[in-house]
Design a binder for this molecule. Sequence first.
Ligand code: BDR
Ligand code: CA
Length: 322
Amino acid sequence: MTQSEIANHKHKILFDTDPGIDDAMALLLALVSPEIEVVGVTTVFGNSHVEATTRNALNLLDLAGRPDIPVAKGADRPMVLPRGQTGEFVHGDDAMGNIGWTAVHNPDQKPLDVPAAQFIAETIMAHPGEITLVAVGPLTNVGLALQLEPRIAQAARGVVIMGGSVATPGNVSPLAEANIHNDPHAAALVFGAGWDVTMAGLDVTMAVRMDEDFFAALRRSGNRFGQFIGQIAPCYQQFHRERYGYPDGGVDTHDPSAIAYLIDPTLFRAERWSVVVPLDGPAMGATIADRRGRFWTTPKVNCLMQVDAARFLAMFQARLTA
Ligand code: BDR
Ligand code: CA
């Protein structure tokens, strides 16, 4: 494709996020990718409380030289349940790898006056058929936006989430992935709304490992985005070593998978199934897929099931070292 063809096919995305080390990796990958235009960032609790994830979002955009991208602060608790444990034990006290992000670096940068759900609803309705929602945290803001303006389900171009799992054990309970478990009621709304939802869940995100050689190459490069990812990675590497016993400084590649799907869907093999989210009990927050395709008639979700890990990692590394 020529540069102008790429520009015409660009995905205009709203990035809903709880930064978060892998959220930062995903956002920086989006910002360097010509296939993607980030039109706004919305924040949610998850890897920390929402004040911290909003601060991190503002600092990431400042670091990236993109303070022009609006940030809207969102929910600090799930739609129905009380908030569970936030993710500092994975992502560090500042949820950014313990690099001391305790304040907003650029005092001129402030979140918008409107809450995230309203910003999501208004942005999608102002650009019918154009906006793809990429949600890589708990789905609370998206659920609230659907309640506020149900027509976004027809007006959005699509939704890509990092969350859930079809055939891989959970990472916060035997069956559940963290983002869905953090707000199962919101997830149930998102899966049931009838829009085009793609789920980048643990089936693919735990099948791609960035390791110490990978991060060392980012650090060695002259690319300041890559260097920053190399700087925040050690905390995430330590968590994966302690929790899963991963060798060689390996980490899962969660949130960048949602962006990689938009950049190049041929990296993945997908299957379409109805997905149901239990709201309580031992399976709370699981994403149960009707893999025989014969039991449920609820909207089909595009579930990413396999990934070409080598090609994904090569693409990521090339873009963050260039
Ligand atoms: C998800 O949970 C968060 O910790 C990560 O940022 C990712 O979005 C993985 O289960
Ligand atoms: Ca996240």
